[in-house]
Structure formats: structure tokens, C-alpha cells
Design a protein around this ligand. Sequence first.
Ligand SMILES: Nc1nc2c(ncn2[C@@H]2O[C@H](COP(=O)(O)OP(=O)(O)OP(=O)(O)O)[C@@H](O)[C@H]2O)c(=O)[nH]1
Ligand SMILES: [Mg+2]
Length: 192
Amino acid sequence: MRIDSVEFIGSSRSLEWLPEFILPEVVFAGRSNVGKSSLINCLVQRKGLAQASSTPGRTRSINFYKLNDSICLVDLPGYGYSKASKAIQAQLAPLVENYLSSGRPRLCVSLVDCRRPPEESDVNLWEWLIAHGVPFIVAATKADKIKRSKHPLAIRDVTSAAEGIENSQVILFSSKTGMGRMELLKRICLDN
Ligand SMILES: Nc1nc2c(ncn2[C@@H]2O[C@H](COP(=O)(O)OP(=O)(O)OP(=O)(O)O)[C@@H](O)[C@H]2O)c(=O)[nH]1
Ligand SMILES: [Mg+2]
């Protein structure tokens, strides 16, 4: 798939305002620092489009990007901060929940770190998505940080963490090497 155009549409920092709903929305969710913003930059091949940083809690608003005038990619603040302050976390959780329950997301890409089994907060997100009928796929990120021989194990860890998740829903991804990029792009565009 060719990336013809990418455009920043807007940013939401409050529960009251979201940009006008014009295109199918694909939302990227996951723990803070897991690599959501980096994955979006990698997908659209634009370094620095979505702000990424090694400081957890970098993304503090919901950011909307239009891809090829056909879908909208939505970058969320992370959940389950390990280092960012509890106050910020408490402020952002309702914003994320509000967006996820808005009926807008057509597909959710749930990001987990491929080096560790999914955490309770990830499983909670999947259960919530299933209960609310939002289709999702899992991107197991930072695959460049583990050996190839560990890849099948990483996928198995994800699939065994929650019932109802199949191998086919898990894509190993690396924003550094581009691994999984084409597969994820295809899935995002097929489902929309
Ligand atoms: N090696 C490697 N590093 C990655 C990868 N993806 C992200 N990173 C690094 O992980 C850190 C966090 O990346 P972000 O993209 O900012 O993570 P985020 O999930 O958007 O974080 P928040 O906005 O805080 O929720 C940065 O230092 C990235 O360079 C990857 O696939 N491989
Ligand atoms: Mg981010």
C-alpha cells in the first residue's frame, strides 16, 4: 500500500471536544512507552509526525491523523504509567475511556511489548473491547529487541494471556526495522 498523504487533523485534550468524524478511525492503544507514537510514525513513514519519547507519558492528548484521505489514525495517551505521576494518569484515563466508548473507533490496534507477557491492564482493555464490540488486533512491539528464535514464544505469550484471541490477531512489530509494517497496514486497510 502506498502512503500518498498524511495530515494532522487535530488534538483533543478534553472530554468535550473531538474533531469532526469524517473517516473510519483506527485507534492505537497500549501502556505508556510501549511504542504507539513510534508505530504510527513507522506505518506512515514520517519520523516525528506523532511525538515519541523515552519518557513515559509523552502523549497527553488524543491526536488524529488522516491517511490517504481514507482512514484516520488515532494516537492515544498511554495507560498504566510506570513513572509518570498519578495525577496525570488520573486526568488522562477518562479522556481515553471517553474516546473508546464514543462509538468512533472502527478498529483498535492494541500494543504490547513483545518481551513481556501482556499485563492485567492489557487484558482489561481486550475484555472491554470485546464487551463493547470493537474489533481489535494486537501488535507485539519492539521485536528488534528479541532474537528471532524467541518470536513464536512471544506470540504464544500474547495469545495465551486471554481467551478469544487467536494467533492471526497478533502481529510482531518493530518500529525500528519496519517488521510487521506491511502486514499491519494491510489489516488496517482491509478492515476499513
Ligand atoms: N528498539 C525499539 N524501540 C522502540 C520501538 N518502538 C518504540 N521504541 C522506543 O520506545 C520509547 C517509547 O516510544 P513511544 O512511541 O513514545 O511510546 P508511546 O506508547 O507513544 O508512549 P506514551 O505516549 O508515553 O504513551 C521511545 O524511546 C522509542 O524510541 C521499537 O519497535 N523498537
Ligand atoms: Mg505516545
